[in-house]
Every structure is written in structure tokens, then in C-alpha cells.
Design a protein around this ligand. Structure first.
Ligand code: NAD
Length: 253
């Protein structure tokens, strides 16, 4: 008996990085999985890879658009049956001083990272509450717990996500649905690689970054996925409204 045998799981932003590792881990534990993403080619490749492990469907769309978020939930429910788990993972990162960041960039970060999670939660909850069963895991960040210079919009979005987690957890507590967040530090994914490339520092970027992390390395996406699966599982049955750090000690001070 695997931990998620027969469960139906929706992972937003599931075509790369943490989302892809999470979809893979759920499939390995017996779940059926729907992933969402924006890029058709990447989505198709991810779906083909995931299908080797079990039932996987891919849904294209933009999580920040209400019609798309609603369709993610409807289409995933139609393909897999009632949803047991939602992982709000889709996100973007922009690192630039506040005086240089444009208003539209701020809006984009907040719309995708925070409003996208709010929308998917809003649309998935009625089904979960009706069945009296479900788990939602929000992929926040250590930047949702402490400030990071140059990340005003990102920190605002992830800090908002931590409190969104707590507020919704309280709203549905005692009705069979748990809502928790993971707060990863640096993770070895395309998001981090893009940041390294943009810095123009080459290997020195990673050396400086890792030197500042107590465990002196980034997380593997699988290590974040493991925390997500734990929070979604019955083993975390008394956890709701929690923001769990997976950051190699970065916020342990
Ligand atoms: N990599 C890190 O160091 C790190 C650290 C802390 C938190 N996180 C968070 O983890 C999550 C996953 O990021 P990742 O590191 O795997 O990076 P990633 O870039 O590999 O994954 C992000 C995913 O989100 C999807 N996405 C972005 N905008 C979208 C939109 N508008 N609609 C639908 N999907 C969209 C992308 O297609 C991609 O699949 C993000 O929320 C990110 O903020 C990452």
C-alpha cells in the first residue's frame, strides 16, 4: 500500500523544477496527477515522462487568469475524479531594486504567485468541503518568512501566501481539509539557474550563494517534493496552517 494510492492530485506549474519533482513523487506513491503549465512543448514532454509512472494529464493555461484557474480544477476533476490534493506551486521570481521594478512587473509577480494560489484554492475547495476531505499545500518560500533585498514583490507575494495558508486553514479547520505551506530556501531548479545566469557571475554566483546557506548547498527539488508529500499525507493529519521551512537552516536564526 502506497501513501497516495488512488488519490487525485493537481500540481500547478508542474512541468519543471519543484512541481515536476512533486508530480513524479506523487505518481511513485500511487496517485493520479494533473499538472498545469504555460509552455505547450515543456508540458507535453513532462506529461510523456510522467506517464511512464502512472496516470498523468497536462493542462495548459495561466494560473493568474480566473478562467484558466477554474478550468484547471474542472478539467483535472473530469480527468481524475474528485481532487484530494492541490499543490499551489506555479511561481515566478524577479530580483530588482524596488525603484527599478515596474508596476506591471510587481502586478505580474503578485498575480501569478499569490492570486493564482488564491484562485485555485477558491475553485478546489467546494469539492473538497463537500466530500469532507482534502489537502492543499502552498509552495511559498523562505522569502515569505524573512525579507530579501531586491525581492520586494516576490517577498510580498510569498509572505502573502504564508498568511493565505493560515487564513484558509482556519476557515476550513475541522471540515476535513488541511492547508499548509512549504517554505523552501534555494532550490536547484530552472528558477535558480536563470538567476545565476542573469547575475553574469558564472560559478562565483553559486559559491557566494552557498557560502551564505548554513548547509552550504541548495536543496534538490526532490527534497522539497518530499516535504510537500508529507504535508499532503495522513501522517500530517494534525497539521494545518503550518509554514514548514526546507531551507538548509537559512531562516533558523
Ligand atoms: N528555486 C528556488 O530557489 C525556490 C525557492 C523558494 C521557492 N520557490 C518556489 O517554488 C515554486 C516552483 O519554482 P521552481 O523553483 O520549481 O522554478 P521553475 O521555474 O522550474 O517552476 C515554476 C513553474 O511555474 C510555472 N508558471 C510560472 N508562471 C505561471 C503562470 N502564470 N501560470 C501557470 N504556470 C506558471 C512555470 O511554467 C514552471 O513550471 C515557485 O512558486 C517558486 O517561487 C523556488
Amino acid at each position: 500500500m502506497r501513501r497516495f494510492d488512488g488519490a487525485a492530485v493537481l500540481v500547478t506549474g508542474g512541468s519543471s523544477g519543484i512541481g515536476l519533482a512533486t508530480a513524479q513523487a506523487f505518481l511513485e506513491e500511487g496517485a493520479r496527477v494533473a499538472i498545469t503549465g504555460r509552455d505547450e512543448k515543456r508540458l507535453r514532454k513532462a506529461r510523456a515522462d510522467l506517464s511512464a509512472l502512472g496516470k498523468a494529464v497536462a493542462i495548459r493555461g495561466d494560473v493568474s487568469k480566473p478562467v484558466d484557474a477554474k478550468r484547471f480544477v474542472a478539467q483535472a476533476t473530469r480527468s481524475l475524479g474528485s481532487l484530494d490534493v492541490l499543490v499551489n506551486n506555479a511561481g515566478i521570481y524577479i530580483n530588482r531594486p524596488i525603484v527599478e521594478l515596474t508596476e506591471s512587473e510587481y502586478d505580474r509577480v503578485l498575480d501569478i504567485n499569490l492570486k493564482g494560489a488564491w484562485l485555485c484554492t477558491k475553485y478546489v475547495l467546494p469539492g473538497m468541503l463537500e466530500r469532507g476531505r482534502g489537502a492543499i499545500v502552498n509552495v511559498a518560500s523562505d522569502s515569505g518568512l524573512v525579507g530579501t533585498a531586491g525581492s520586494s514583490a516576490y517577498c510580498a507575494s510569498k509572505g502573502g501566501m504564508v498568511l493565505l495558508t493560515m487564513a484558509v486553514a482556519l476557515e476550513v479547520a475541522g471540515r476535513g481539509v488541511r492547508v499548509n505551506a512549504v517554505c523552501p530556501g534555494e532550490v536547484d531548479t530552472p528558477m535558480l539557474w536563470a538567476e545565476a545566469e542573469g547575475s553574469g557571475k558564472g560559478d562565483a554566483y553559486y559559491e557566494e550563494l552557498f557560502a551564505a546557506i548554513p548547509m552550504k548547498r541548495a536543496a534538490k527539488p526532490e527534497e522539497v517534493a518530499a516535504a510537500i508529500l508529507f504535508l499532503a499525507s495522513d501522517e500530517a493529519g494534525f497539521m494545518t496552517g503550518a509554514a514548514m521551512s526546507v531551507d538548509g537552516g537559512s531562516t533558523a536564526h
